[in-house]
Design a protein around this ligand. Sequence first.
Ligand code: SAH
Length: 392
Amino acid sequence: MSQEPIATPVHDEQPRKVKTNLLGLSASRIGDFLESLGEKRFRGTQILKWIHQYGIDDLNEMTNISKSLRESLADVAEVVMPEVVSCQDSVDGTRKWLIKVDGGSCIEMVYIPERDRGTLCVSSQIGCALDCSFCATGKQGFARDLTTAEIIGQLWIAAKSFDQFDTKNPRRVTNVVMMGMGEPLMNFNNVVDAMSLMMDDNAYGLSKRRVTLSTAGVVPELDKLGDVSDVSLAISLHAPNDELRNQLVPINRKYPLVDFIGSAKRYLDKMPDNRRKVTVEYTLMDRVNDRDEHAKELSVLLRDLPCKINLIPFNPFPGSEYKKVTKVALNRFRDILQNDGYTVTVRTTRGDDIAAACGQLAGEVNDRTKRQERYKKRLQEQSEEQVVKIVG
Ligand code: SAH
C-alpha cells in the first residue's frame, strides 16, 4: 500500500513580525509611538503630514526624515491602506467604493457631490449589531469594529481618487459623515481617533462643523463623546414615541427617547459655542411614522432641544418590508414642523441606481451572528412564494 508523503515541518522560518500601521495613529499616538522608539515627538507630525496631506504611503519617500530613521522605522512600522475592490459612479455623480478589509469582509463608502460641497459617508463597523428594522446594513449581521486605520483609510482613498493630495487641486471631500455601515459609538475609541485625524491641521484639517457623527442612541457613549470631541452630532430618531421607536430601533428598549434626547442636550451643553445644533434624522416610511400626529408629537418632543430636522425618505432594498413615503405625506410632515418653527430639510435620494443611498449599504460581511443567514432564508422564501403566486 502506498503511503501519502508526509510534509516535513519547516523550522527555520522567521515568524512574521506584526508591524504598527502608522496610518491609524492620531497625532498623540504617533508621538507616543516615536517616543517609545527613542525618537523626538515632532517626527510624528512630519509623518502625519506625509501620509494625510501628501498621500504618501511609502516610508522611503518621506525625505525630510533621515535615512537611518526610515530604515529602523521600516523594521517596526508600515503604512497599509485598505484595498479598493471596486468603484462605481452613479448618473448623478455619486461614487461608491467597495473596500476589502482584513478577514475577507468588504465595507462600502459613498461620496456625494453637491453644488457647494462634497460629502464622504464613512463606515465605522463591518455590518452593524443594532438591527434597525428599516436598514440594509443591519440585515448583514455583524463581523467586527473597523480599526482606526480602516476608518481614516477610507478618507485617504477618496482623497487619492480625487487627486486631492495635490495641493493645486480643489479639495473635493469637504465634509465627512459617519453614516455608512455601523454604529460609530459602538466603536468609540477608533472612531474618536479617526475623527481627530480628520480635523487635525497636520492631517485633513476639516472643521468640527464638517465632521458629523450619527448615532442611533448609545447613551453612555454619547455622554462620553462630549468630553473628548466636539464634532457635529446627528441623532437617528425615526419615531416620536417609545412604542413605535422600540419597533424600528431596538436599542430604544435599552435607552428610551427621554434618555437619548437628554444625552444629546448634554452634548450640546459641553460645547463652548452655544449656537450649535443637533441634526435630528427621521426616516419616513409610508404609513408607519409619516402621519400628521407623528409630526405633531415630534414637534412637542423636540421642543427643548436646539436642533434642525432632516427628513429622509425611506430607501427600499431587496426584502425590505417598508414603502417609501408619498410626496403628499412628506410635504405635510415637513409643513407641520416648519409651522412650529423648526428648520426642516429633506434629504434628496442620491446614487440609488448603484445602491448607494442611505440605508442601502450592505458590503460583504462575514457575519458572526446568524442574522444574515436568517435574512437570506426569508428572502428565498419570499421569492419562492412569488413564483408560486405567478405560476398559480
Ligand atoms: N448607526 C448610525 C449611522 C448609520 S445610518 C445611525 O443610526 O445613525 C445613517 C442614517 O441613514 C441613519 O439616520 C439611518 O437611520 C438612515 N437609514 C438607514 N436605513 C435607511 C433606509 N433604508 N432609508 C433611508 N434612510 C435610512
